[in-house]
Design a protein around this ligand. Sequence first.
Ligand code: SAM
Length: 204
Amino acid sequence: MKPRRVEDRQDHYYWKAKKEGYRSRAAFKLKQMNKKFGLIKKGYWVLDLGASPGGWSQVAVELGANVVAVDLNPMSSIDDVHFIQGDITSQDTWKRISEVKGKFDVVISDASPKITGKWDIDHFRSVELVESAFQIARAFLKPGGNFVVKMFQGEETPRLYSEFKKHFVFKKLHSPPASRKRSSEIYFIGKGFGGKFKPKREED
Ligand SMILES: C[S@@+](CC[C@H](N)C(=O)[O-])C[C@H]1O[C@@H](n2cnc3c(N)ncnc32)[C@H](O)[C@@H]1O
């Protein structure tokens, strides 16, 4: 990781990621959300959407998960991560995911359009990614599974969140401390897909 922007040079999580060997400062967002909500556990299968350069996949592997990661961009390899280069909005990519693994305990999506800093443009560009991540979660999550998806906030957020809420027992809109203060990003957190939590024994 090289500091690309002035703000990176001043950013606590940028330097922390560099020091601790994470590929992105985003790794800390997943670590913080996992600590707070208990999303990923040892032995789980995790589907990581918009995964490159791989910070979230690194965290999921550290937690003991098996990971299938998808991104438009290439990603250098990580042990225990099966990487698919593809577009999450394309059914061809969904087919390639299903050829690796049919059902997952957790789906996480940090997929993001190229950020312009203009809230409304970033918002509308993120809507299709959020909708695709939902569709993938509905097709690939095991009953009781967990889901995290990033969205850039805007007028479509309430509609998507109310649709999302129907499918999970526990649901929350959350902004982890590692999100940049001026960012419009927000994470939808869902646990207990299909109306029930995972049995306790499976979570141990
Ligand atoms: C913020 S980065 C993800 C960072 C990652 N979570 C990490 O910790 O390293 C967002 C990623 O979403 C990917 N992306 C954007 N649109 C996509 C799409 N349609 N299909 C797959 N990946 C996409 C981008 O290529 C980019 O790598």
